[in-house]
Design a protein around this ligand. Structure first.
Ligand code: CTP
Ligand code: MG
Length: 534
């Protein structure tokens, strides 16, 4: 399907492919150009939402129940995809039918647990009761129903990832490996859309126009396995259809919009907590600038941040998604920078005064825009960027094919080095970054680091970054530039037995870490994390 370009950016390019990509005569650049060969965000969203509506998640005793389950479910309709994964809460099988009506028929036919005190709320999550001893089912009977992705929902161990990086053939190859081994899997993206589907389906019962969208790194192409799910629940529906003289009565308790929103979120949090299966550990963070509800989804093994109504985060995600599709090198450099920042402790999973992944990605994008031979266009080159209709969930940012054609054939490792050098000498005290124009402007206030929010130009994306953290960033990029330069000078083949290339960049020695209390939230992530932050 046309998804493969998004999911299977193989990372690991063959030597021939690499030569073809970066050789000076660079045969075909077209594959790097937005719009060619690449799934549009709109199509990506539609397809993923369709998958979620036609899917159910079923808890089973073990993956050995699969043939029996598959045979049982076949009576509802054609099954397209079956994926298995395991969490500390058990074994799960995700089934996608070829049509959402089949999934609905399955849900209609499902029963409630008689012995439970809880009210049954309709959700796409079920469990498979043991039945009569099944007839032996041979594999021929479930033909296409091959169970896949046994490990499609877990984070690669640090040791394994490092050994893959060690065995790479070049630094460029190392960067590709980081993408291919840590990016979100197909299964993980499916589960994220399923989480949104559950929320939307629940609240549609009283607010038929409501919509739930995953956004952030779950959808922008820069997400890695184990990252949190950001979700927007849109319940405000001000479609003024002036043709009708009959207008719905509404409830207006508070004349303050913020208070109204906080109360609504409180109620939503209660419903999540009391009624929705799988949703655990609901926390309401309603005093924050952007009030959110956090919860853990036990079946999906996901940490969720739910916010309400504001679609700007979704537009930002679409924008980043579009950037990632312009040139295959963009995701490689962003993944590498994020990993570097995580290992040396520049980023931190708990919110605070340190730089976020989102700001880091913005720094990379700006860097790629300001090159003499830019790899990325300024945002104002995108069609529909100025479209101010906030209610339009998908903006369809596009570049016309001829409008932006990069002829920069620079190698990834060189690009990485230039990134570190660029920020080593960046004038953070006086300049603000504008991705909109692809350049810098005078800093409007005294924040340590200033990145203009493209959808709210008065807002600074990196406002949270303290002077100390900005200073640390500057020291670390200088350090990294120095290490990488040395690595590039070394003959890779000579040093291959030990750590080389990015592994030397990712060293945590002698680095002062921010002193924060961090409690791992998910089993999968903790392993990754404990190694890095000790
Ligand atoms: N966002 C924004 N302005 C900010 C912070 C966040 O518009 N100052 C939006 C971006 O679209 C971002 C999303 O909110 O992608 C989610 O924020 P966050 O979870 O912090 O970043 P992610 O990109 O999801 O990265 P991570 O993998 O660290 O979660
Ligand atoms: Mg996020």
């Amino acid at each position: 399907s046309n998804f493969s370009s998004f999911l299977n950016f193989s990372g690991r390019l063959s030597i021939n492919q690499q030569q073809a990509r970066y050789s000076s005569n660079f045969a075909s650049r077209s594959e790097f150009v937005a719009g060619s060969n690449v799934t549009k965000f709109q199509d990506f969203m539609n397809e993923r939402q369709f998958q979620a509506r036609s899917s159910v998640l079923i808890q089973v005793g073990s993956e050995h129940s699969f043939p029996e389950l598959f045979n049982y479910c076949l009576k509802f309709g054609e099954i397209l995809v079956c994926k298995h994964y395991q969490t500390k809460n058990g074994h799960f099988i995700l089934l996608q039918f070829s049509n959402e009506s089949y999934a609905n028929e399955l849900l209609d036919s499902s029963s409630s647990n008689e012995s439970s005190l809880s009210t049954t709320v309709r959700s796409p999550y079920l469990w498979f009761k043991t039945g009569k001893k099944p007839k032996i089912i041979n594999s021929a009977q479930y033909g296409k129903g091959v169970l896949s992705s046994k490990f499609g929902n877990s984070v690669i161990t640090e040791d394994l990832l490092n050994s893959e990086i060690r065995n790479a053939i070049s630094i460029e190859d190392q960067m590709g490996i980081i993408v291919s081994k840590t990016q979100l899997s197909d299964l993980s993206i499916r589960l994220r859309y399923l989480a949104a589907h559950q929320i939307e389906k629940t609240f549609k019962e009283i607010i038929p126009s409501c919509k739930a969208y995953p956004f952030g790194s779950s959808v922008n192409g820069f997400g890695k396995m184990g990252c949190d799910l950001d979700m927007i629940l849109k319940i405000d529906n001000k479609q003024a259809d002036t043709s009708s003289r009959l207008v719905f009565q509404v409830k207006e308790h508070f004349n303050n919009e913020r208070t109204q929103k906080q109360r609504q979120m409180e109620a939503i949090g209660n419903i999540l907590q009391i009624f929705l299966p799988g949703v655990e550990n609901v926390r309401r963070i309603l005093q924050a600038r952007v009030p959110i509800i956090k919860y853990h989804h036990d079946f999906l093994n996901l940490e969720v941040d739910l916010s309400m109504n504001d679609l700007s985060g979704l537009h930002m995600s679409e924008l980043f998604y579009s950037f990632g599709n312009i040139d295959i090198r963009v995701r490689a450099i962003i993944f590498t920078i994020r990993r570097w920042a995580q290992i040396i402790g520049l980023t931190n999973p708990s919110p605070g005064r340190w730089i976020t992944n989102f700001s880091l990605s913005s720094l990379v994008i700006h860097f790629l825009q300001q090159l003499d031979n830019p790899l990325l266009p300024p945002i104002n080159n995108f069609k529909n960027y100025e479209d101010s209709r906030e209610d339009k969930e998908i903006k369809q940012f596009e570049l016309s094919k001829t409008q932006f054609l990069t002829n920069n054939n620079i190698k990834l490792e060189e690009l990485l080095l230039q990134f570190f050098e660029y920020y080593s000498s960046f004038d953070f005290s006086n300049r603000a970054i504008s991705m909109v124009d692809g350049n810098t402007v005078n800093k409007p206030d005294h924040s340590a680091m200033y990145i203009i929010n493209p959808f709210d130009k008065t807002h600074n994306v990196s406002k949270n970054v303290s002077f100390e953290e900005c200073e640390r960033f500057k020291i670390e990029v200088r350090n990294a530039a120095w290490i990488l330069e040395t690595e590039l000078e070394n003959n890779v083949n000579l040093t291959k037995n030990g750590n080389w290339g990015l592994l030397n960049l990712f060293k945590t020695n002698n680095i002062v870490k921010p002193n924060v209390f961090y409690k791992p939230r998910m089993v999968d992530v903790s392993e990754l994390f404990c190694k890095n932050v000790k």
